[in-house]
Design a protein around this ligand. Structure first.
Ligand code: BG6
Length: 518
């Protein structure tokens, strides 16, 4: 994906059929079809291409196309071209079937053979599992039993697996075993849509393509790192899933650790998929697993109560949401303090936090640098602590960009410093392109580039790190839920966790972000 020749001259992906299991579900409507549309608009879809929707729902090809016209097109942003959309929908077909019925896969094989002839696709199939996770193992086994996983005569067969990948270490291992029994690792594309986000990928370019960055990207200069994924939304209509997952499982072993790995990994010796993923696995392995005692002080959980969002809307408590148990103990907020046992990062805390019903949508990485010695300032009217440390912020969403907070002298006769920002904004430099985050991932999968997909070992290491936290939390159910009002920055314990280290979480509001509680 960081192949610059390819970036400059994006080529059409090789001809194939994309089979979407769970074709009538939310993911297909909200993300996959819009992403396919954007790829088609950029002329990056294969010249010979077909989509085959597969699900239990009672549709035929015509009514499925109508469904997508009605319910997917509305998720497109920006200038929308009817012609491009019509072209995409015209190559879309449908097959109704039960995910566990071997007969349905015989039918699938026949249908794919027919599409190969009709659409001139050479037997390359991209199977995309956009279904509830309970079906992942079964679908993979049924595909293989129908002879559709075998790669021969130069064609490829690839399987995309959505998250959640297991709900703990054991289930993730079991799923990996089931998949690896019928597919080769090289055919498996475990998706984490955070890796498809442009700014997450840019963090690699930022670190490794700029000579001034790497020398100060280590424990000598960095005081600590904060990774925040804040969402203003509540649980929406996903209570049945979220009640069994919670914020930790939903976000940390996948999205936040994916971002952490990119920020903290060592430079790879090349940008080949395995070199990059080896480095990511290495840095995740270097994170110290928490002891049960540490879980009590280094992990904080929260659940939102009713409250008022910054736009003035009063919203219900998590326990009042549709499908949520009135005494639910599911966490909707989590904050962790992690240490990485490596030469580069020893002693530098990585603070992670994510939650629902927080004051806004802010996904960012903040690197706070150590205080400058400030010897000269100490003898001036300023105290050392009045000189703010430098911070580097990588904004992932919204308003993607990178900023560097530095101190400048306020004009005037007295010595007064003020933090100011040097800011790079993606939109200003490159313009705004509507994207779902799935375009690169679908395209890379068609191209056979697994760089942005999770390997089995990376998934398992992440779950290993979650195990002690899940164990302690299971053994000690929370007594204080709900413990933060919707519209606030999580429970007080999250702030206290940093205060004990003499630090503060960065605070963002729709009007801007500040380093400290003001
Ligand atoms: C999903 C989680 O994986 O990521 C959701 O299941 C979360 O709970 C979403 O809202 C966040 O993704 P994004 O791209 O909106 O930041």
């Amino acid at each position: 994906m960081l192949d610059t020749d390819m970036q400059n001259e994006m080529i059409q992906a090789p001809s194939c059929v994309m089979v979407i299991f769970g074709a009538a579900g939310d993911l297909a409507k909200r993300k996959l079809f819009p992403a396919l549309y954007y790829l088609s608009a950029a002329n990056q879809l294969p010249e010979n291409f077909a989509i085959l929707g597969f699900s239990r729902e009672d549709f035929d090809t015509d009514s499925y196309r109508e469904l997508m016209n009605r319910e997917s097109r509305i998720h497109l942003d920006g200038d929308y071209s009817q012609q491009v959309w019509d072209r995409l929908v015209a190559c879309c077909h449908y097959l109704q079937g039960d995910f566990r019925d071997p007969g349905a896969y015989q039918e699938l094989a026949r249908k794919l053979g027919g599409l190969d002839e009709q659409c001139n696709t050479p037997g390359n199939y991209l199977f995309y599992m956009a279904t509830p996770p309970a079906f992942f193992g079964d679908i993979a086994e049924q595909i293989a039993a129908a002879g559709l996983a075998r790669e021969q005569n130069g064609h490829w067969r690839r399987l995309v697996i959505e998250k959640p990948f297991g709900h703990d270490l054991q289930s993730a291992r079991e799923l990996n075993h089931r998949l690896l029994d019928v597919f080769d690792e090289s055919q498996l594309y475990r998706i984490d849509h955070y890796l498809g986000k442009e700014t997450v990928q840019n963090a690699l370019a930022f670190r490794f393509a700029n000579g001034v960055i790497e020398p100060i990207w280590n424990r000598r200069y960095v005081d600590h790192v904060q990774i925040t994924v804040a969402e203003p939304l509540g649980v929406e209509n996903r209570a049945s899933y979220y009640e069994t997952a919670g914020a930790l499982r939903d976000m940390i072993p996948n999205h936040l650790l994916a971002v952490l790995a990119i920020i903290a990994m060592e430079p790879p010796i090349s940008f080949s998929a395995d070199e990059i993923r080896d480095e990511q696995a290495k840095v995740l392995r270097a994170i110290q697993p928490m002891t049960p005692e540490e879980v009590l002080t280094h992990a904080v959980r929260g659940q939102y109560d009713t409250g008022v969002m910054p736009d003035g809307t009063r919203v219900p408590a998590y326990r009042q949401e549709l499908g949520v148990a009135p005494d639910s103990q599911t966490e909707t907020f989590v904050a962790l303090s992690l240490m990485i046992d490596s030469w580069r990062w020893a002693g530098v805390p990585f603070y992670l936090r994510t939650g629902k019903r927080l004051p806004g949508r802010f996904t960012e990485v903040m690197i706070q640098y150590k205080h400058a010695p400030n010897a000269a300032f100490k003898r001036s009217v300023l105290k050392e602590k009045q000189v703010e440390p430098n911070i580097m912020v990588l904004r992932i969403q919204p308003s993607e960009g990178i900023s560097l907070g530095i101190n400048a002298k306020v004009p005037g006769q007295t010595l007064k410093l003020s933090p100011v920002e040097m800011d790079f904004s993606y939109d200003d430099y490159f313009g705004h392109e509507p994207r779902t985050g799935y375009e690169t991932l679908i395209y890379d999968c068609m191209q056979g580039d697994p760089t942005l997909f999770k390997r089995a070992d990376i998934i398992e290491i992440a779950w290993q790190l979650m195990e002690p936290i899940l164990d302690v939390w299971r053994a000690l159910p929370p007594r204080d839920f709900p413990n933060y009002a919707a519209g606030e920055w999580g429970p007080a314990a999250a702030e206290e966790m940093l205060q004990r280290d003499g630090r503060h979480w960065r605070r963002c509001t729709p009007g801007g972000c500040a380093r400290k509680d003001s």
